[in-house]
Design a protein around this ligand. Sequence first.
Ligand code: SF4
Length: 654
Amino acid sequence: MSTLWTQLEPLLSKVQKPARYIGCEDGSLHPHPRAGQVGWLFTYPDTYEIGLPNQGLQILYEIVNERDDAWAERSYAPWVDLEGELRRHGLPLFSVDTHRPAAEFDLLAFNLSAELVYTNVLNCIDLAGVPVRATDRRPEHPLVVLGGHCTYNPEPLADFVDLVVLGDGEEVVSEITDIVREWKSSGRTDGSREHVLRALAQVPGVYVPSLYEAEFDGEHLVGVFPKHPDVPEVVEKRTIADLGEWPYPKHQLVPLTEVVHDRLNVEVFRGCTRGCRFCQAGMITRPVRERPADQVRDMVQGGLRRTGYDEVALTSLSTADFSGIDKVVADTVNDPSNCGQVSVSLPSLRVDAFTVGIAAEIQKARRTGLTFAPEAGTWRMRQVINKLIRNDDLYGAVDSAYSQGWRRMKLYFMTGLPTETDPDTLGIAELATNCVELGRAHHKNPSVTVSVGGFVPKPFTPFQWFGQNTVSELYRKIGLLRDATKRTRGVQLKWHDPKATLIEGIMSRGDRRLGPVIEAVWRSGGTFQEWSEYFDHTLWVETMAAHGLSVDWYVHRHRTEDEVMPWDHLSAGLHRDFLWQDWRDALDEVGLEDCRWTPCYDCGACTGYGIEHIVASATPPAGGSQGTGQDLATGGIVPVTIDGVRRPAGVGAP
Ligand code: SF4
């Protein structure tokens, strides 16, 4: 077995966090590959701390390692200090499991969840010793694969990758393995790379950018068309119909060093039909598919016992909607075999009485901060984005939480949303101020941290036609908020850098012409752009200009109904006319009920799967299907139950 460990070990004493590169975590595997087996290197293009908890990567790592004819290892982007050492010593990117050189794998697969890591992808390919441009690769080089949410518009990276996987990876990873195994057994002869890519393009969910041509008419995209008749015109995403068939990860990795989300994570369902119009994850992961409650309980109990964690997160896009939530929580909290008291966290909290009540029950072990995401400052704005939380809902939840012992809250908002006015922006400050006031009735020094991010329109959402706010407009709005909150004791304001929001916007809806920009920024040293200390806004903007590309055209321009989008040859299952109608409804401030409790809107996501939504209750939650106190059918307000006390909505509202 080829390992770089003896060369790497002396370098680790020279870098900040050697534990990032050691491997040997509980749950990690140390495969001994045999001839003919297909090797996958699953790489997260950011640091170990951010990449290790990634569930998608861990799931595929296990699935591949269960096969007799394949093996998988992991890699993370080395921090700049180790990268410098590697390049100085002529060493390549390596796996953390056996420290094998990346180029010895057959597939170098990246999980992409954010746009600012694109230059890190190029850096990892280059550090692996693989040509960064797909056209320069030869049969002996690994195939470069992308997966994750950003693949729904992979066009900016089209020049650098060999294949892109859309949707759930559980099944398709094996189908790709089968084809690559045959390619290996045929000897990977000259010219065979194109042959294997043609074969892979036949796998549903696999997009091979080099087999498509992007045509432009002036600055506008005419379309992205297949070069050969056997290559699909539209690539459909993959969807696993039954989450219960995939109880992965079975052996979640336990890191040796501190990482984000350092706890047991168990996915309870995939997909979301609440219909928040800004939320790409909710749209592209439809339909909703629940894991059986018994299986969740077994995964939680087994995982806690094996890992020793005292916290488990039940993950999904809206965990309070999980129909087995009561049973799972009760079984977990009361399990005598736990070592000590266990906290259950619901990372995605809905603002309603049920959530706060259950939060109080399950966080007995540790009362950490509570986070709510109203997303927008006024009810009008929340109707536009279809996050139908009334001020009352938030105040009720916050008051209830303060009364049950919490002192600190976090509230997440976006600014720069479609149709947003200054009163909408200032509504954020008003909500936060009122929340602190509510806290004073229960505690001496309550606090509310307000986090504000600039809105980036994403592909396959109703907001994909919207022209993003400029950097100066976002700064102006943050300034409004700063002025409005600076004298309010207990309110802290944090914001995401609008300049980073701009670059995310360029990549989010960009086309193939951005490839040379990404490459030039990377060649100028622009890696780790997610990290404020390395983010270089000027470099991006100047590089765009040097390539004759207008930031304004890519980011700030509203799109017309019939404009061809760079992702129109890909499909997340959603009908374009559904998204367009939802965009018109947004502009008309018309809300949309959750289709789990109302007739189907024929968004397209369930077509062909025969999936029935499984819901927590046969009737919608208190206050309508969005659990918000707003009856969308009548426009009226309905009573909400908070802490077991039924009170009319509107009481206590400002
Ligand atoms: S197809 Fe119908 S039921 Fe399925 S997610 Fe879309 S609107 Fe809901």
